[in-house]
Design a protein around this ligand. Structure first.
Ligand code: SAM
Length: 211
């Protein structure tokens, strides 16, 4: 195989990208431009492949996604899920949630739930794996919310976050910023977390809840 390896997109992901283009979610395969504003994008192929690899470790897993968007990351998750697993994906925007419901209707094990995750997931048992992809910074600024986020997964369960900028690529004007995703995942006694470089411009965080 020639280097670098190309990530082959599963058919469902290709179809989800077509739907995402129609809904105004472009893909930027190498991540969004650093330090510049950009539209909300779909997950990159590298981060999607990471989700697929991780979700494939949970036979009969209870999987959750917060922030369905146009459904590209949902498609990656489905592409890796094992038999008897289920996926609950929550989206606050009713139009996006409605579009995703129609798009994924053939998958009986997938529920798209419209609403704000902080209300919509209240009655749920802890999940095995959570992809948190919705404005989490605002929630994590207050560390009193950390244990609530951690308890969305069971002990041993995983929380994945994507779309971080490698620290060495931070523009100088960011030098005093606090990165709340990193704080939660890397400086949190409930969490064993690690950064994973997924492209030259992007980092994801993989965290396991340890108590
Ligand atoms: C970055 S986009 C998701 C992209 C998608 N996960 C993907 O990678 O293809 C973030 C999504 O989170 C949704 N969102 C924002 N706040 C939310 C909340 N409180 N509860 C549920 N969804 C929320 C937004 O409407 C948006 O569609």
């Amino acid at each position: 195989m020639p280097y670098p390896y190309n990530i082959e997109l599963p058919t469902l992901v290709v179809r989800a990208h077509e739907q995402a283009e129609r809904l105004g979610f472009p893909m930027m395969p190498q991540g969004r431009p650093i330090g510049k504003s950009a539209p909300t994008t779909t997950i990159t192929p590298a981060d999607g492949a990471l989700l697929r690899a991780l979700v494939a470790g949970y036979p009969a897993g209870r999987i959750c996604e917060i922030g369905t968007g146009a459904g590209v990351s949902t498609a990656w998750l489905i592409s890796g899920m094992l038999p008897n697993s289920s996926l609950l994906s929550c989206e606050i925007n009713p139009e996006l949630a409605g579009a995703a419901k129609s798009f994924f209707q053939e998958f009986q094990f997938v529920e798209i739930r419209a609403g704000d995750w902080s209300q919509a997931l209240n009655a749920e048992e802890p999940f095995d794996l959570l992809f948190f992809d919705a404005n989490i910074k605002e929630v994590l600024i207050d560390s009193d919310n950390w244990s609530r986020i951690a308890s969305l997964v069971r002990i041993g369960g995983k929380i994945i976050m994507d779309d971080l900028t490698p620290l060495e690529l931070w523009p100088s004007e960011w030098k005093d910023n606090i990165d709340y995703k990193r704080e939660f995942c890397l400086c949190n006694p409930q969490i064993a977390g690690v950064e994973v470089r997924t492209t030259k411009n992007t980092v994801s965080l993989i965290s396991t809840r340890i108590y």
